[in-house]
Design a protein around this ligand. Structure first.
Ligand SMILES: CC/C=C(/N=C/c1c(COP(=O)(O)O)cnc(C)c1O)C(=O)O
Length: 387
């Protein structure tokens, strides 16, 4: 599928048949009521529907619109990643695959994949940059406890991009036995569509919950953007509602005036990476630049093609929160609401509170709290000590 000039399938010949098989299985599944019954039968296991919680202390602090949090942090395994992992494991079963591989950066997708592999009795191999193995240690322990093999990747910057490279290399040599459970709305068609189809339960629920609680649509929905899966899930069901602003928050790292950030939509240019045409952070001669973010899950030079199109079409806006602002968002939510967010989600907290402060008291802003911060408390306390 294409999203305007973005998307597509820029892959070696060897992958074309496997992607066609996956696309066929996916379109069959999403038009089969028994597939959705099977998926919705897992909602209790996943902790769906997730709560929509009014953050009154954060609202007071921002002194503007009423702020609501979509509690994807309370899902089983601690983030929105479980939504996609469950959907894709059901697809993998329909495809008769016995071996599952995945990439991970923050480790949340790795844990979600290891979890569904344990639950469905499949063999699980997770590729993770060695730098991320170091900074998301809790999740490495969890993946191993769940029976997955965690394979540290030592090429390149040893972060998410490098883990994806290794996962794709593995997949090409194990196509008949293996499903590559892609963790974000990236990669060649049909992956961005598959991941969006399993993540838009987020906006579907937000819409229902807002109508039940306050009887109006939100003025804006806000989500952090790494590869773009929690954001596209938060945006998608509001696409037909022009009154609802869609705001993505990218990782500004050390600042977009430096070379050390991951603000792909704000600072990048169109190009092809990991089989898909989208926005990329690339040097003048087209080399992918090494990114940085305090949060492993946003530390990626690409972004989902659907977001590239939403940006160019003007339907969505994308702002930037740098490391300092994300840490401020992390502390704000922790100290005002007693909720410790994932560092990735902390970018959306900071961005959402900023935006809310520009609106009136009778307005509503919903922020997707994509994950919990257990995995990050060690790193954050180090950062706070160093001042
Ligand atoms: C698939 C690689 C990304 C990972 N995580 C990304 C992430 C993100 C960003 O990923 P997207 O929603 O796909 O943009 C947001 N929030 C939390 C809690 C995350 O863990 C991971 O490996 O866990």
């Amino acid at each position: 599928a294409r999203f305007g000039e973005f998307g597509g399938q820029y892959v070696p010949e060897a992958l074309v048949d496997a992607l066609a098989e996956l696309e066929a299985a996916h379109s069959l599944a999403v038009s089969d009521p028994s597939f959705w019954q099977e998926l919705e039968g897992m909602y209790e296991y996943m902790g769906r529907p997730s709560y929509l919680y009014e953050a009154t202390r954060l609202t007071e602090h921002a002194q503007g619109a009423r702020i609501w949090l979509k509690r994807e942090d309370l899902n089983h395994t601690g983030s929105h990643k479980i939504n996609n992992a469950v959907g894709q494991i059901l697809l993998a079963k329909r495809l008769g695959k016995k071996r599952i591989i995945a990439e991970t950066g923050a480790g949340q997708h790795g844990v979600a994949t290891a979890t569904v592999c344990a639950r469905f009795g499949l063999d699980c191999h997770v590729f993770m940059g060695a730098e991320d193995v170091r900074r998301q240690g809790l999740n490495v322990f969890r993946m191993r406890m769940l029976g997955a093999r965690v394979i540290p990747v030592t090429s390149g910057a040893q972060t998410l991009k490098d883990a994806i490279n290794e996962a794709m290399r593995d997949w090409v040599t194990n196509l008949s036995s293996t499903h590559y459970l892609v963790g974000s709305a990236i990669g060649p068609h049909p992956f961005p569509t598959i991941v969006r189809d399993f993540q838009h339960v987020i906006s579907k629920e937000i819409k229902k919950q807002m109508m039940e609680k306050v009887g109006v649509l939100p003025n804006a929905v806000v989500a952090c953007v790494g590869g773009g899966s929690n954001a596209i899930g938060t945006f998608y069901d509001f696409l037909p509602d022009p009154s609802v602003k869609l705001i993505g928050v990218e990782a500004g790292g050390d600042g977009v005036d430096t070379q050390r950030h991951s603000a792909t939509l704000s600072q990048g240019k169109p190009g092809v990476l990991h089989g898909v045409r989208t926005y990329l952070l690339q040097s003048a001669n087209g080399q992918i630049i090494e990114t940085h973010s305090v949060s492993a899950g946003l530390d990626y030079p690409g972004v989902g093609p659907e977001h590239a199109h939403l940006k160019d079409s003007g339907r969505a806006q994308y702002m930037v929160a740098d490391d300092e602002q994300a840490l401020r968002g992390f502390r704000l939510l922790t100290q005002l609401e007693g909720i410790i967010p994932a560092l990735e989600s902390a970018h959306a907290i900071w961005g959402g509170a900023q935006y809310a402060s520009t609106l009136r008291k009778e307005d509503h802003v919903v922020i997707c709290l994509s994950g919990r911060g257990d995995k990050d408390v060690e790193q954050v306390s180090e950062l706070l000590k160093s001042g």
